[in-house]
Design a binder for this molecule. Structure first.
Ligand code: ATP
Length: 260
């Protein structure tokens, strides 16, 4: 799948204050369906807050978030997950004592009301069988199938992050927000994760928005990049445009642009 002109997400005049701190100020941006859209900027620029407002962790102080043409501002994370807007975190939110397969199986039950125990034990056989089949399919897709029975805490950092992606996929995302997906990875793990992100977009048709400080990865992966500074939009464009934008170089990229 390639990016379309159609926006899946529209952020309009977004503002978020914490007491006297203006974390996000008058931010507007469009994320096109099928795109990989980067959100970059210096520490404290407001990227995580923007993700938190889009994904329903905080209500906006001002402005709107529109998803598939619908105003979703201030809706709960769980309601947004039902609509396919799924956020992943910097730190993994996996059940480390469970197997790889069980983590993904639990992800398949996001809308089920059953308790954790009954989900793991599988009180409803037909639902459990369907969940297991789906989970195994996702693991195969991400080439994690040979690790299905491994206890999650035994996985390498790279595999744990890939598993986080598998759990997110189990929730049938349409828009996935990835928070620093390459943090703490070695170059080989980063290369592999870049391939996975591309695969999820190409073959599952999932639109991806990501925050990332690894400029080489961002430049190689994203179709469009939004640059924030002091809570506001500083620039937006293709990696080429952003990389050559003097304002961006001065405010953020500096020597990092040479490394990318
Ligand atoms: N819950 C909060 N309470 C108070 N201030 C906050 C809160 N969350 C964020 N801020 C402030 O808002 C500003 C933007 O922070 P944010 O974490 O969104 O930036 P960021 O671009 O994600 O930074 P980084 O790259 O370091 O993760 C910062 O000044 C931060 O201290």
């Amino acid at each position: 799948m390639k990016p379309t002109e159609q926006p899946i997400l529209q952020v309009r005049d977004l503002g978020r204050l914490f007491g006297g701190i203006v974390a996000v100020n008058d931010l507007s941006l469009d994320v096109r369906a099928g795109s990989i859209h980067g959100l970059i900027g210096p520490n404290g620029a407001g990227k995580t807050t923007t993700f938190n407002v889009i994904s329903g962790f905080y209500p906006p102080s001002r402005g709107k978030v529109i998803y598939f043409g619908q105003d979703i501002s201030g809706r709960a994370t769980s309601a947004l997950a039902e609509l396919g807007l799924i956020r992943t975190f910097q730190g993994t939110t996996l059940f480390h004592e469970l197997s790889v397969l069980d983590n993904v199986r639990l992800g398949c039950h996001r809308s089920a009301k059953a308790s954790l125990i009954s989900r793991v034990l599988g009180t409803d056989r037909a639902t459990e069988d369907a969940a297991e089949e789906k989970a195994r399919g996702i693991l195969k897709f991400l080439e994690l199938d040979r690790l299905a029975d491994e206890i999650t805490s035994n996985l390498s950092h790279g595999h744990q992050r890939a598993l986080g992606m598998a759990v997110a996929l189990a929730a049938d995302p349409k828009l996935m927000l990835l928070d620093e997906p390459f943090t703490g990875m070695n170059p080989e793990e980063t290369r592999r994760m870049i391939e996975l992100v591309k695969l999820v977009r190409e073959e599952q048709g999932v639109t991806i928005m990501l925050i990332e400080h690894d400029m080489q990865a961002v430049m190689g992966l994203c179709d469009i990049i939004t640059v924030m500074n002091f809570g506001s939009l500083l620039a937006e464009g293709t990696p080429e445009e952003v990389r050559n934008n003097p304002t961006v170089i001065e405010a953020y990229l500096g020597s990092a642009v040479d490394a990318a």
